[in-house]
Ligand binder design. Structure first.
Ligand code: ATP
Ligand code: MG
Length: 213
């Protein structure tokens, strides 16, 4: 069993994440890809503080219909900040015989030296980094000590210059995000009033609103 893990804030999930997961599934012959919405402190997310359950629901709907993809609840109730290494430990305990692949974009892997216990993570999973516009291999070489750099596997994908930050900015500016994220995600953003900096947005960004709609 070969399993990929893709952690992220997913605020919101978009085609950059989804295509990366699909490339990983195909290129690495993964049986499953698990999306893990991270717990983040409202301070870290800055202006947008989308509740965990809403971020997870967007991810769930984005992958709906593909049983090889799933969304993990692992970080939902864990107190404090969540570290990838802890997440991986917990996932591995559930499926000890599997081969694990930890998937990241180039920007995330560039910061690997600052992660909690990067060596332990590299022991537990193959770290696979996919290209992302704005970050070159040279940037990564400059940022990572050789002992870490040499253990990262680099893969290519059609580069998608899509970020959640950009999507949030578009929504706040009243602009379209169509074709940057699946229609189901767009619908949740609209119905929950996410990322809008007006009162209407602030009043409705809960899942309860979504289910009663
Ligand atoms: P934000 O702008 O809020 O940081 P993001 O678009 O970077 O959001 P994250 O949830 O931070 O999304 O990313 C989760 C993981 O997905 C990270 O490893 C990141 O590098 C990767 N990723 C995100 N967008 C892309 C993309 N367009 N291409 C490749 N990898 C991506
Ligand atoms: Mg990011």
């Amino acid at each position: 069993l070969r399993i990929g893990v893709l952690g992220g804030t997913f605020d919101p999930i978009h085609y950059g994440h989804l295509r990366m997961a699909e490339e990983a599934r195909e290129q690495l012959s993964l049986d499953r890809v698990i999306f893990v919405p991270n717990r983040v402190s409202p301070f870290k997310v800055g202006l947008s503080a989308t509740p965990w359950d809403v971020r997870a629901e967007m991810a769930r709907q984005a992958i709906a219909g593909d049983s090889r993809f799933s969304v993990s609840m692992l970080e939902l109730n864990r107190p404090g900040p969540s570290y990838s290494v802890d997440t991986l430990r917990a996932l591995r305990a559930e499926e000890p015989a599997a081969e694990w692949y930890f998937l990241t974009g180039a920007d995330a892997v560039r910061d690997l030296a600052g992660w909690r216990e990067p060596e332990a993570l590299l022991e537990m999973a193959t770290l696979v980094a996919f290209g992302r516009p704005g970050v070159t291999l040279r940037d990564i070489d400059a940022a990572l000590p050789e002992r870490l750099r040499s253990r990262v596997v680099f893969r290519t994908m059609p580069l998608l210059d899509i970020s959640a930050t950009d999507l949030r900015g578009r929504v706040a500016a009243g602009k379209s995000i169509r074709f940057l994220t699946p229609p189901a995600v767009e619908r949740i953003i609209c119905e929950c009033g996410l990322y809008r900096n007006d009162e209407a947005g602030a009043a409705v960004n809960t899942l309860e609103k979504l289910s009663s709609a």
